[in-house]
Design a protein around this ligand. Structure first.
Ligand code: ADP
Ligand code: ADP
Length: 230
């Protein structure tokens, strides 16, 4: 039973750029997948198709057995199960850390304020930022903001989290703290799909590496076979 199942997925943009070309792959629960490849190879487009920010031009994507389609009436429910962490953090600037983390579970899952506050403090513990509960995003470093973005994504209790180059916008000294949090998630059994340029991280943390080039999956194998091939 697969979490995601992609069959012959292609994406051609209006300007005729072919971003994805006949991508077929399946992703199981609990897999930690790194997606690597040169700039422009279709990695972001693939992630955006997985969370329905883009619709493939042809081919099908199933999530938990359900066809992903912009017109699906369960679209919001499906999106809640698919967490997303962006390169640029995307926190709400006028909300505190606490509010950033609790706004979606309060509005969407209708959880009560006490439960929301407990949830936030548990998640802040997980990302090592308990003391920042009342801070605002502009008072935090990039690495801290990204860790809050991860906590916010976890607050919706997703079945999978998609990461789009989560460390690319960070100063080098902050990359490690974010990768450590992601590594912690991988130990907890959460399904993670990570577009990354951090090859050492991909090698150490992933259970599987997908290498893309020109919209195609060129290799899809264990990190050992991808990185240690002769
Ligand atoms: P929207 O209209 O929903 O804002 P766009 O299709 O304009 O979305 O852009 C989606 C993403 O793709 C953005 O991050 C944008 O920077 C990027 N993008 C848009 N056009 C191009 C392009 N021709 N080449 C590369 N990236 C692009
Ligand atoms: P990667 O994430 O591997 O850098 P992308 O998925 O962002 O690659 O882009 C794949 C190709 O699609 C690139 O040629 C890019 O310029 C193009 N592209 C991405 N988004 C758009 C868009 N909204 N409109 C047109 N072309 C796009």
């Amino acid at each position: 039973n697969y979490l995601f199942e992609l069959n012959n997925v292609s994406k051609v943009f209006k300007n005729k750029t072919q971003a994805l070309s006949d991508v077929t792959l399946s992703i199981k629960k609990g897999e930690i997948i790194s997606i690597i490849g040169p700039s422009g190879s279709g990695k972001s487009t693939l992630l955006r198709c997985l969370n329905l920010m883009e619709q493939p031009t042809s081919g099908t994507i199933f999530f938990e057995g359900e066809l992903l389609n912009i017109k699906n009436k369960n679209l919001n429910l499906i999106r809640q199960k698919i967490g997303m962490v962006f390169q640029s953090f995307n926190l709400f600037p006028h909300l505190s850390v606490l509010e950033n983390i609790t706004i979606a579970p309060k509005l969407i899952h209708k959880i009560e304020i006490n439960e929301a506050n407990t949830l936030a403090s548990d998640l802040l513990k997980k990302v090592g930022l308990e003391e920042k509960v009342n801070s605002y995003p502009n008072q935090l470093s990039g690495g801290q903001q990204q860790r809050i973005a991860i906590a916010r994504s976890l607050a919706m209790n997703p079945d999978v989290i998609l990461f789009d180059e989560p460390t690319s916008a960070l100063d080098p000294e902050m990359v490690g703290e974010v990768l450590k949090v992601i590594r912690g998630l991988s130990d907890s059994g959460m399904t993670l799909i990570i577009v990354t340029h951090e090859m050492q991280f991909a090698k150490e943390v992933s259970s599987r590496v997908i290498f893309m080039d020109q919209g195609k999956v060129i290799a899809d194998d264990t990190p050992e076979n991808i990185f240690d091939a002769p």
